[in-house]
Ligand binder design. Structure first.
Ligand code: CAA
Length: 293
């Protein structure tokens, strides 16, 4: 039986911020750790805005929104998550950065604490190995807990077992995901897991369709939205995810599955090289710098 009162979240970007908000809204205390003071302030302001919107839409009482915000501690120093009962890491998608963080967590956290990563593409087994080297036995407590953007809206948590992950870690993570109001679904530790193994080649194919002049971007998206009931077309979704992230995940698939059919479309690579990264840079496939018509 899981005994978690306080969740440590590392990284206050879009994903970490969303995970912290969902945890606090579901009555967990949260220690949200982010090394950039600017990003931390931005995240806190976003939490206030999102909770305000919940009150405005009468989905939450003002007192509950205030209480949720109070449950989150915004901190910059990693060692302030030391007493947490569960950790979810959501920093940049870099294997080296994540391995360093998990080595630190393995040394710092109590021995029963589950160490989850929100990675969308990096091998859980590799991250667990770094934890194991730092502290014997820690590898079995490492697991993938892959949330989807926007975290407060999307129901899925893909739960990924590394080679070393124990059954207790898996069942504890599934239990926590349910307590967060999510639907956990298991997957194994292969490149891209299930979500990105299937989603990214679809997005990549939309770039090929554009590059080859099959249709213009807005029409590709409209066809997939109206024809397949997608909430967003694949090219709009690529902008939302970040074109650099899409390119990175395609590289992970191509390398991890050792198959060139997963190589990123040259047009996707070109947009990334030009700094057109999607929503976050103001322009990707589409231009977000002009006011919406
Ligand atoms: N945080 C919290 N709530 C949000 C939000 C956010 N960032 N963005 C939107 N919402 C909420 C809105 O508040 C709104 O609710 P209310 O109006 O009731 O308050 C609701 O979602 C719908 O939003 P909108 O009306 O603005 O727009 P929409 O109907 O087009 O929905 C969307 C927006 C939910 C993002 C929808 O377009 C969608 O589901 N898109 C697909 C998203 C998707 O596929 N995500 C997965 C990406 S892949 C990934 O994350 C993993 C990876 O590894 C790459």
């Amino acid at each position: 039986m899981l005994n978690v009162k306080t969740i440590g979240v590392i990284g206050a970007g879009q994903m970490g911020g969303g995970i912290a908000l969902v945890a606090a809204s579901n009555k967990f205390n949260v220690v949200l750790c982010e090394k950039s003071a600017d990003q931390l302030h931005k995240c806190e302001a976003d939490h206030k805005k999102r909770l305000g919107r919940e009150v405005e839409k009468q989905r939450m009482q003002q007192a509950d929104a205030d209480a949720a915000l109070k449950r989150i501690k915004y901190v910059q120093a990693m060692d302030l998550i030391r007493d947490c009962d569960f950790v979810v890491e959501a920093v940049v998608e870099s294997s080296q950065v994540k391995r360093d963080i998990f080595a630190g967590l393995a040394r710092m956290m109590r021995e029963e604490v589950i160490l989850a990563t929100n990675t969308s593409s990096i091998s859980i087994t590799e991250i667990a190995a770094a934890a194991e080297v730092a502290h014997k036995g820690a590898g079995q407590r490492v697991i993938g807990m892959h949330f989807f953007n926007p975290v407060p809206v999307m129901k899925l948590v893909e739960v990924i077992k590394g080679l070393q992950t124990s059954e207790a870690t898996t069942s504890g993570t599934i239990e926590l995901a349910k307590l967060l109001g999510k639907t956990p679904v298991p997957a194994n530790d292969r490149a891209g897991f299930v979500s990105n193994r299937v989603l990214m080649p679809l997005i990549n194919e939309a770039f090929y369709a554009w590059m080859e002049g099959v249709a213009e971007p807005a029409h590709i998206d409209e066809i997939m939205k109206l024809g397949c009931n997608f909430p967003m077309g694949p090219l709009r979704l690529a902008d939302f995810i970040g074109l650099d992230t899409c390119e990175h995940i395609m590289n992970v698939l191509a390398d991890g599955l050792n198959n060139d059919r997963y190589r990123a479309c040259p047009l996707l690579r070109q947009l990334v090289a030009a700094g057109r990264l999607g929503d976050k840079s103001g322009r990707g496939v589409f231009d977000y710098t002009q006011p919406a018509k």
